[in-house]
Design a protein around this ligand. Structure first.
Ligand code: SAH
Ligand code: SF4
Ligand code: F3S
Length: 372
């Protein structure tokens, strides 16, 4: 019996798929590279932008033929897109050959759903879930080991679906994280350890007693072994001086800092509920560069947020020009059902978003050329 997992979305989802892979192998399935040989196909989905969801729908549709050829094939769809009730029921109704539709919170129970398929199709959504502390993973990312330090997000940026599909912020106990990392080091296969969370800087605020992200970083660096440490994603409003100091002082920590700015305009940042200003963002950048001269700072931007004017978009271009990032991602704003921004007046037309994203990426390319 063979399985294949198709993963969409961010690094956290890649790591969730490593958990699914461990569950599949525990059930006795072996990995295959091809959907044609598989007895179990799992789609681990993403909901961050409309495009991500559309790709999933298209690819599920294409499985109909496979199921016809092999009626015993089990098809499961899980993850952030199916955590939304509306998307889960759309998939369940539109694709009768899909056997299992679950969200993000019941993923640890995946085995149970696969075993129950013999009794009929399964569609189950839970509205919250505790963070799994000790679930095994089948690591699939070469010499990089992902380590989840928290789940969920409390920030409710007005454009973002993540808090709705991943729930509130929950940190793992520091002891469990350190134990997982010790066992990663003792395997001797991994050169790099990447800590994952939607907003790693607020790690530990929900623990009793509280543990700061800076302390977690130094405690990890104090572990014996030859490894490099990195993390994502930092939120500018929470990137404190003590974290910058630890990055500067610890040789084990890579000097890569992904610090999404989203916009260079204060009115838009406020509408996005990002809770920092352009000036505060630039302050942090200067602080980082002062203390970590070889820092490689990267960022994310959203263009065409509702009501964004041409001048406000220019502020974003000016910020990119001023900071000279080591790299940026630029996205066209995509309205997500249920978020505050999706209900705002002044949605920006698609052709304007497209032009702005092209302009921003062209500017970035030119800056990269100049920097070389
Ligand atoms: N937690 C991380 C990012 C998660 S999503 C953070 O706060 O930075 C990754 C990126 O997708 C975001 O930085 C943002 O630029 C983009 N994004 C999120 N929602 C979006 C939407 N509705 N439309 C377009 N881009 C979006
Ligand atoms: Fe989304 Fe904002 Fe949370 Fe990042 S910090 S996951 S952008 S709500
Ligand atoms: Fe990641 Fe997409 Fe979910 S970006 S957290 S897989 S919505």
């Amino acid at each position: 019996m063979k399985y294949i997992i198709v993963t969409y979305g961010c690094q956290m989802n890649v790591h969730e798929s490593e958990k699914l892979a461990a569950i599949c192998e525990k059930m006795g399935y072996e990995l295959t590279e091809s959907r044609d040989d598989a007895d179990l196909i799992v789609f681990n989905t993403c909901a961050i932008r409309e495009g991500a969801e559309d790709r999933v729908f298209g690819n599920i549709g294409a499985l109909k033929k496979l199921k016809k050829k092999k009626p015993s094939l089990i098809i499961a769809v899980c993850g952030c897109a199916t955590q939304k009730e509306s998307t889960a029921s759309y998939i369940y109704r539109t694709f009768p050959f899909v056997d299992i539709v679950i969200g993000t919170f019941n993923l640890p129970l995946f085995e149970q759903y696969v075993l129950s398929v013999k009794n009929g199709r399964q569609m189950k959504l839970l509205s919250e879930g505790d963070i799994d502390e000790n679930i095994p993973y089948k690591r699939t990312s070469g010499d990089n080991a992902w380590v989840n330090i928290m789940q969920g997000c409390n920030n409710f940026c007005t454009y973002c679906i993540v808090p709705y599909v991943k729930g509130r912020e929950k940190s793992r106990k520091e002891e469990n994280i350190l134990n997982e990392i010790k066992s990663i080091i003792s395997e001797g296969k991994y050169k790099k350890i990447t800590l994952l969370g939607q907003n790693v800087n607020s790690y530990g605020k929900d623990l009793i007693p509280q543990v700061s992200f800076a302390k977690l970083l130094s405690d990890i660096c104090a572990l014996e072994g030859d490894f490099k440490l990195t993390f994502m994603t930092s939120h500018p409003k929470d990137l404190t001086d003590d974290v910058i100091d630890v990055i500067a002082n610890e040789d084990k920590i890579l000097k890569d800092i992904h610090l999404p700015a989203q916009s260079g305009n204060n009115r838009i940042l406020n509408l996005m509920n990002r809770r920092y200003t352009r000036e505060k963002y630039l302050d942090i950048i200067h602080k980082i560069r002062q203390k970590i001269p070889d820092a490689r700072i990267t960022s994310d931007f959203i263009v065409g947020f509702p009501t964004e004017t041409e001048e406000e978009f220019l502020d974003t271009k000016k910020l990119v020009e001023e900071v000279k990032f080591a790299g940026i991602f630029a996205f066209m704003y995509s309205p997500r059902e249920g978020t505050v921004a999706s209900k705002m007046d002044g949605q920006v037309p698609q052709d304007v978003k497209q032009r702005r994203v092209n302009e921003l990426l062209a500017l970035e390319k030119e800056i990269q050329k100049r920097l070389k």
